[in-house]
Write a protein of this length. Sequence first.
Length: 263
Amino acid sequence: MSTIHYIFGPVHSRRLGRSLGICTLPKCRKICTYDCVYCEVGRTTDLVPPSFRLRGVNRAETFFLLESVREILKTDTPIDTLTMVGHRGEPTLNPRIVEITEGLKKIRDRYRPEVSIVILTNSSTLIQKSVQEAFTLFDKVIAKLDTVSQKKFEAINRPHERVTSIEEIKDALACFSKNHPGKLVIQTLVLKSLREESNNSTRKDAEELAKAYRKIKPESVQIYGLDRNPSEDYVFPLSVEEIYNFSKEIKKQCPDIKLKTHP
């Protein structure tokens, strides 16, 4: 039994349909470059720099994961997406991400070519060339961008001290989108907070994000709200009306952007 990788689902996802989750990190720890105030699985136990790579990941672990996926795809289980996640962290911290993804593509192409392979990332490792190259293997890269304010980035996402600035992350997203048109999807979680610095739901926030979206030029943008209990009790969800109003402000600033709202 694998101690690192595991699969779960398929589960119904607001954004991905029937998603088979493929986790590249251990169940017992939360290893991440961020410690987001809204994270549904709690506080980060191992806050690490973007250069960190998980140790103890061998080929047997990877083989077990791929064979587990193969057995599911050989059945008629309804699946829309193979979704690589950290579940309890950032998936790109696994050093075998390229090997895993190449294996998934071979299995998908043989048994279920209609299924998409996507990765959910917090964007912090995208400045690394190796990660950029790994991302080209996916059908879609769904990357986080909750704010473009450095102060709010530090308050909401609470990055490791060696994570680069939000401005550099934004530039890396724009570069990847330019080099790989149609592959990048930006995901923004909007929330309210009792603390001003961790509230990203104001009109100014919408205007600043819209400006960033225009620069990045992603295939699409997903705006969504809190759906489960956050790790901190001073943040809370917007109402459905507030989420849609925020999205309308974005759309007004970016009329040509493909925008999806998930309250």
